[in-house]
Design a protein around this ligand. Structure first.
Ligand code: UD1
Length: 377
């Protein structure tokens, strides 16, 4: 019987990282199953990505939903544990840094199911972000660690992670972007949203930007200054909608708020934008690849390569308008792209995994020979 590779996906940024890996492993003949935790459950935050990216329907949906961090992570652990015990995969693959990533890794580690982490080793060194905690702890539990940029190798070494399992394979989110480039129609997306030729795309959803009305009010003031210079389209994550509405974001006639967008529509808009304003992780990378100037409203980034070899700049709300002005004057990023952001990361990952599965099998490490239950006492 073919060894089974299980993938855990949960939130929007997982889907574009996983799609090319699932495809490449499928082409390599691996047996696979997809567990969707249901952390994101709206059609616009989840379903539409499966359609756009050609991801197969999940085999299981745990319907974890929203909740406090403890509640959400605990529900992921419980559901993933149940599935791992029933299906006994040879390897669990987790993606990125969301609560579903850490919950799944914890469940697998306790059952001694080996874990692979796609996008290992990124660090912001800011533990106020839940993603940083998720990344650090997940990496400690993994046997295979696939990194997207060279500095991540050093971070893992500094944390005592054995180098043998660390593989610099590149960025699978960029694989997805490369695979979709032909389907990105910037002009059609611009027209559909009634935007002029020069416009900006903005996405803001981080708790430190949207969970506090005072922070949101500062951002709204900054966004209004920006909109004095150029039209802005802003798909709004459910997390920020209420607070941005209350703070009067849409009060400027050149700001259009809309629902979260499907992958192809969003990336089409980014491709045609004169600049992007974000606090997202993925958008920092996607704009670098598309050479669109990016202003990131965060004090730190776990993706420094987007600043050193890309179009990204970290800014505070108070300096946003002048930073946008400068970015518009400077035009598209024209420098080098980060190494191995070439659209071929997932086949590299698939090669490592298939070799690992073959070696693991030959060594007789059959998945789960010991009892899975802790049992009494
Ligand atoms: C999560 C990730 C974050 C990622 C973001 C991308 C963690 C810790 N955070 O943040 O890293 O950048 O996804 O989107 O895992 N909600 C809906 N519908 C949904 C999902 C969420 O309405 O389909 C609302 C709920 O009210 C929920 C809130 O959004 O309370 C936050 O959802 P949650 O999954 O906890 O975190 P995100 O902010 O989406």
């Amino acid at each position: 019987m073919r060894p089974l590779v299980a993938h855990v996906l949960g939130a929007r940024p997982n889907f574009m990282k996983a799609a090319p890996v699932v495809r490449a492993l499928g082409q390599a003949g691996a047996g696979q199953m997809l567990i969707h935790t249901g952390q994101h459950y709206d059609a616009r935050m989840s379903g539409v990505f499966f359609t756009d990216l050609g991801l197969p329907e999940p085999d299981v949906n745990l319907h974890v939903g929203s909740g406090r961090h403890g509640e959400q992570t605990a529900a992921v652990i419980t559901g993933v544990e149940r599935e791992l015990m029933a299906r006994r995969p040879a390897l669990l693959v987790v993606y990125g840094d969301v609560n579903s990533t850490l919950g799944a890794a914890l469940a697998a580690a306790k059952l001694q199911v080996p874990i692979a982490h796609v996008e290992a080793g990124l660090r912001s060194f800011d533990n106020t972000m839940p993603e940083e905690i998720n990344r650090r702890l997940t990496d400690q539990l993994c046997e295979l660690l696939f990194v997207t940029s060279p500095e991540a190798v050093g971070h893992l070494a500094n944390e005592g992670i054995a180098p043998g399992g660390v593989h610099f394979t590149g960025n699978t989110m960029i694989d997805t972007l490369v695979a979709c480039l032909d389907r990105l129609d910037a002009e059609a997306a611009r027209m559909a949203h009634g935007l002029p030729e020069r416009y900006l795309v903005a996405t803001l959803h981080r708790p430190f930007n949207v969970d506090h009305p005072e922070a949101a009010a500062l951002l709204v003031k900054a966004m209004h200054q920006v909109a004095d210079e150029a039209d802005v389209i802003m798909p709004v994550h459910p997390r920020g909608r209420v607070v941005f509405e209350a703070a009067g974001l849409a009060g400027h006639r050149r700001i259009r708020m809309c629902e979260p967008l499907a992958y192809l529509e969003f990336m089409s808009l980014v491709r045609g934008a004169a600049a992007a304003i974000t606090d997202s992780a993925g958008v920092q990378e996607e704009t670098t690849f598309l050479r669109v100037p990016c202003l990131t409203l965060r004090p730190v980034t776990e993706r420094p390569v987007t600043v050193t070899s890309g179009s990204n700049r970290l800014v505070r709300a108070g300096e946003l308008a002048s930073a946008v002005h400068g970015a518009l004057a400077a035009g598209p990023y024209a420098g080098e792209l980060p190494p191995l952001w070439d659209g071929a990361s997932a086949p590299r990952i698939a090669r490592v995994i298939t070799t690992w599965l073959a070696t693991h099998r030959a060594a007789g490490a059959a998945p789960r020979s010991q009892p899975l239950d802790v049992g009494p006492g």
